[in-house]
Design a protein around this ligand. Sequence first.
Ligand code: IPE
Ligand code: IPE
Ligand code: MG
Length: 239
Amino acid sequence: MKEQYKIPNHVAIILDGNGRWAKERGLIRSMGHKAGSENLKKISKYIFSKGVKILSVFAFSTENFKRDKDEVDYLMNLFVKDFPKLVKKDDDLKIVFSGRRDNLRKDVLKTIDDITEKTKNRTGHILNICINFGGRADIIDATKKIYSDIQNGVINIDEIDEESFGKYLYNSMPDIDLLIRTSGEVRISNFMLYQCSYAEMYFPKVYFPDFNKDEFDKALDVYNHRDRRFGGINESKNN
Ligand code: IPE
Ligand code: IPE
Ligand code: MG
C-alpha cells in the first residue's frame, strides 16, 4: 500500500539570504529585507494551506543587533509596518512572538502586543515570529522560570522532564518536524535549539525572497523521503 503523503505539524524557517538577494540585483541590503517581508506574507499563507499547523520563522536574532544601526532600524521599521498586515479579519491565524523584549523599541513592542492580543483566541494555525530570539537565551529563560516556580511551590522538581521543560520555552512551542534554512548556509545560528532535536533539516540554495510555492513543495517532497527513526529502527524500511 502506498504510504500517505506526510505533512509536518511544525515547520520552522530560518529566513536567510535577504542581503545577498539584494546584492545580486545591485540593490542595497534593505531592499532584500523588504522583498523578504513581502515573501513571508505569501509563503506563510501557502504553507498553512498545505495543512501545516505551526510555522515558526526566524526574523531577527539576538546577535543581529551587531549589525549597522541603519540596517537594524530598517528592519525594526519594517516589522512595525508589515507585521500588522499579517492579521486578516475573519481568519483563524494566531500570531505569537518569541524572544526577549529587552532592547526592542517601544513601537515594536506595541506592534507585537497588539497583534498578540488581537489573535490570541484564534484556534486554527499558529505563526510564531522569532524576534530578538536566541535558542540559548530561550533555554536560560525557561530555567529561570522553572526555578521561580519551584521556589513558589507551583511545581515540584520531580515533575521536570523533557516535556514539561519544553512547556516553559517561549510560547511552549512543540518539536520542529521540518527545519528549512534558505540561502545555502548549513547551520542553525542559535535558532530553536531545544525543539530541533529530531527535526529533519533542509538547506535549499535559494535566498529567502525567492523561496516560493514550488520551493516549499520541494521541501515537502524531501521531507517525505526522509526516514524518521527517532533512535529506533524502522522495520518496514528494511533497515
Ligand atoms: C536574513 O537575511 C534576515 C536577517 C538576518 C534579519 P540576511 O540579512 O542575513 O541576508 P544575508 O545572509 O546577509 O544574505
Ligand atoms: C540567522 O541569520 C538569523 C536570521 C535569519 C534572523 P544570520 O544571517 O544572522 O546568521 P549567520 O550570521 O549567517 O550565522
Ligand atoms: Mg544571513
